[in-house]
Ligand binder design. Structure first.
Ligand code: NAI
Length: 351
């Protein structure tokens, strides 16, 4: 049942373990180790089937290879998925035991794959994983790790928005620009604060409406209903909630000049990159814009950067995007295609 998916994938290795004690499936997908160990988070999620979970892992691992390469980090791309029958409560014995068994699997790969946090996993879970394997990043600061990567991601997206605004309007200033932040969680909430400090006019949307309202009150922003986010007029639409938000149905409704946000896999399909360009909307490729999290982890935990170096590399996301936009125009391709070319060229050059 997994054969077709794995046969049709261009990655290096897939490790599959069924956890009899819980009924969970564990998938570790190593897409590329050309630039360094395959690094990417562990997603814990309830999927309709193990097949869907593996498909998600394979796709996410490939995207991590592109993200690491575009960020010019000495890491390859990987991802792990824990497809659980139900999410075990944080701090429960069941969750801890599952994580320890999963850590054994990661350890058996001897550093080919280095894990981190993703959907439904965080520093506390990684502290448990660290008990069984050293191949983990983003443990809590008390355990010597870099902790939550949300702050680094938000700073990187902020620089991505400035670079995109500079390209679209000829000036990076956010003073008076309207930015719609869709999803004000770990990344979107922090991003909203940075944007408010920079003088942007903020529109906030979240399925958790009280969360959006509370932040809007604090920052002097307005809110719109979550369903209205994509079609609300703004200069910059910043998707910071779920993937697939740019698709055949939403793109004709967009009323923005720029899309730049944190969500992974924003384009539902490759054609949606062309649809955006045809609509005159500048798209900041997601894996370039949201690389601040891996830059933060790699810089703080393995590359020994001080705060100044880290800040410079986060700001460098803006420079990378400017390069991507320029080469897209020069080569007559979409920014998404230009980013893929940049990342693939770096991987090829290292072979
Ligand atoms: P989070 O779970 O802390 O926040 C997500 C927020 O979006 C929540 O407030 C949630 O209520 C809201 N939301 C969910 N569905 C929504 C919808 N349909 N419309 C409006 N709001 C909705 O997640 P986090 O960590 O802030 O991540 C946000 C996005 O950025 C995700 O797509 C994630 O994959 C991506 N990302 C996060 C990184 C990180 O370092 N945390 C790194 C790279 C990407």
């Amino acid at each position: 049942m997994f054969e077709e998916l794995i046969d049709g994938w261009d990655g290096e290795a897939t490790c599959i373990r069924h956890d009899a004690a819980t009924g969970a499936w564990m998938f570790v997908c190593v897409h590329s180790t050309v630039l360094g160990p395959a690094m990417g988070g562990t997603r814990m999620k309830v999927y309709p089937s193990p097949h869907d979970a593996l498909a998600d892992g394979l796709r996410l691992a490939q995207a991590m290879s592109m993200k690491q390469a575009a960020a010019d980090l000495p890491f390859g791309g990987g991802k792990a998925v824990l497809a659980v029958p139900s999410i075990p409560a944080p701090g429960s014995a069941e969750r801890r035991d599952l994580l320890l068994r999963y850590a054994g699997l990661v350890d058996a790969l001897h550093g080919t794959y280095v894990t981190a946090a993703d959907m439904n996993t965080g520093p506390a879970d990684l502290d448990v994983v660290r008990e069984r394997t050293p191949h983990v990043m983003g443990t809590s600061p008390e355990r010597g790790g870099a902790g939550d990567s949300g702050e680094g991601t938000a700073i990187g997206v902020f620089h991505a928005i400035r670079a995109s605004v500079a390209h679209a309007f000829g000036d990076p200033s956010l003073e008076g620009r309207t930015v719609l932040v869709q999803g004000v969680g770990s990344v979107g909430g922090r991003l909203a604060r940075l944007l408010a400090d920079a003088g942007a006019r903020l529109v906030l949307a979240d399925v958790d409406a009280p969360r959006a309202s509370a932040l809007a009150n604090e920052l002097g922003a307005v809110t719109v209903a979550a369903e209205a986010a994509a079609s609300t007029p703004c200069d910059v639409y910043a998707p910071c909630a779920t993937g697939g938000v740019l698709n055949e149905e939403t793109i004709p409704r967009l009323a923005c000049r720029v899309v730049a946000g944190a969500a992974n896999n924003q384009l539902a399909s490759a054609e949606d990159g062309v649809r955006l360009a045809d609509a005159g909307i500048l798209y900041a490729p997601d894996y370039v814009a949201n690389a601040g999290g891996v830059i933060h982890l790699a810089g703080s935990e393995t590359l020994g950067w001080d705060e100044g170096q880290l800040a410079a590399r986060l700001a460098g996301i803006g420079g990378t995007l400017a390069m991507v936009f320029a080469s897209a125009e020069r080569d007559g391709v979409t920014p998404a295609e230009a980013a893929d070319r940049l990342a693939l060229a770096r991987i090829e050059a290292a072979r």
